[in-house]
Design a protein around this ligand. Structure first.
Ligand code: FAD
Ligand code: UDP
Length: 400
């Protein structure tokens, strides 16, 4: 697999016909330019080339395709995700059918434990979590529901990420599992974030300890990068990594541009910077087969700088004498990873969105360009819908 990655990358990174800056000569012409080779860009490029017969140039300023889903074999030969754990889960058969053209799947149900008070307890909170934290023996869903109901605080209108949790499980569980984690992750108190943030992690009264309940949960059998390489492996598609939009935008002729980077950057931050939360990843390899019992352990304690540790072999099923892990430390500065779900940032986004909608030859799609806290499957669905709106001629459309 490693050899396949390298071979395809070399084929994609072929030298341009004429000497040039940024890998594209002035005379080059494409029907479409796709900026960003993550899910949004790869789906659009694949559709435009295979369904609309277009000649497409895909660029990414990183030195690889697959965007944040990029995986690779590290120095020890362990398959890791450079930008943190990516677990594929969806209820959309359409998205599964589409991606299944480019990959087989390895069934995988994600499990997360939270490290609190020297214990590792299931996250999302379930009956086992409550029993473990309080030394109880609640035996039925009804008993657990009654226990939580007695602690839940009534909230007249559930507006914030704090309200969601406090109204479901009360203040002690909220403070133990959510407040510190969220403050670290976002640099904001949960009371300052939309309810949608913590609503991603529901509370359960049964003992189901899977992180996601989606109908389809699996990992690409040979990894994400291999899947992306197959998506982009089309005679109509040219891929150039290590190439920023600013390097090529004046140097190539294109009928249409699909932009999947940060929308505020496209418009030179004219309404100010949109807040995006960043992360620093610290990757380590350990000389033993297993580091922790599950794929991800969360650290809600505010005194610990990292939010979670991922051990990739649980996700990929790889067998190896060593194991590789990554720590995630959130930060204000750095690559944009998360749009910040709150009204203040959406108000800025709406101003950029109005500019974006007025661009006749540019389509904005994906997590950064439409400023939405989307999972991978949602980005694929958004990109497929965007392509349909563009019509078979590949004309302009904006993402909904
Ligand atoms: P990206 O993957 O960010 O791709 C955009 C690309 O555009 C980037 O590669 C960037 O380099 C490039 N680019 C930007 N500007 C320029 C420019 N000017 N010139 C050239 N190139 C440019 N989703 C799940 O479904 N399950 C998970 O478990 C999961 N875990 C996640 C964990 C982390 C830590 C993070 C950050 C995200 C996670 N996600 C997960 C979300 C997932 O990463 C996104 O939904 C998905 O990758 C978004 O795809 P995209 O194409 O919109 O953006
Ligand atoms: N969260 C938390 N404690 C946890 C897990 C999640 O407080 O142990 C909150 C936190 O605000 C986080 C949000 O719930 O940002 C969504 O969690 P998810 O695991 O979906 O985040 P992602 O995988 O997108 O980083």
């Amino acid at each position: 697999l490693a050899a396949r990655h390298a071979a395809t990358r070399a084929a994609n990174d072929e030298a341009p016909a004429a000497p040039s800056i940024g890998g594209a000569s002035r005379s080059e012409r494409f029907d479409a330019l796709v900026v960003g080779a993550g899910f949004a860009g790869a789906v659009l490029a694949e559709r435009l080339a295979s369904q609309a017969g277009q000649r497409v140039l895909v660029i990414d300023r990183r030195d690889h395709v697959a965007g944040n889903a990029y995986d690779h074999f590290d120095a020890a030969g362990v398959l890791v995700h450079r930008y943190g754990p990516h677990i594929f889960h969806t209820n959309s058969q359409r998205v599964v059918d589409y991606l299944s053209r480019f990959t087989d799947w390895r069934p995988y149900e994600h499990r997360v434990l939270a490290s609190v008070e020297d214990k590792l307890l299931p996250m999302p909170i379930n009956r086992t979590t409550v029993n473990g934290l309080y030394g109880l023996d609640l035996r039925s869903d009804a008993e657990a529901a009654a226990f939580l109901a007695a602690r839940a605080e009534p909230v007249a209108e559930i507006r914030s990420a704090e309200d969601v949790v406090v109204s479901a499980v009360g203040r002690h569980l909220y403070e133990t599992f959510f407040r510190g984690y969220t403050r670290k992750q976002w640099g904001l108190d949960p009371s300052e974030l939309d309810r949608s943030v913590t609503a991603r992690v529901p509370t359960r009264v049964d003992t189901d300890d899977r992180y996601f309940l989606d109908r389809f949960q699996a990992m690409p059998a040979e990894g994400y990068t291999a899947m992306f390489e197959r998506m982009l492996d089309h005679p109509g598609i040219t891929v150039r990594t290590g190439t920023d939009y600013r390097m090529v935008r004046e140097r190539i002729e294109v009928g249409h541009t699909v932009f999947t980077g940060p929308v505020d950057e496209f418009f030179d931050h004219r309404f100010g910077k949109l807040p995006y939360r960043s992360l620093a990843f610290r990757h380590e390899t350990h000389d033993r087969p297993q580091f922790q019992p599950v794929g991800v352990v969360n650290y809600p304690d505010a005194a610990i700088p990292h939010t979670r540790i991922t051990e990739y072999k649980h996700l990929t099923g790889q067998r190896h004498a060593k194991t590789s892990i990554s720590y995630e430390v959130p930060s204000e500065e750095g690559e944009p990873y998360y749009p910040v779900p709150r009204e203040e940032s959406r108000a800025i986004y709406r101003r950029y969105e109005a500019l974006a909608n007025a661009m006749p030859n540019v389509t904005f799609v994906g997590r950064l360009a439409t400023y939405r806290y989307y999972n991978m499957d949602q980005v694929v669905a958004q990109a497929l819908a965007t392509f349909e709106r563009m019509g078979s001629a590949g004309g302009r459309a904006s993402a909904a």
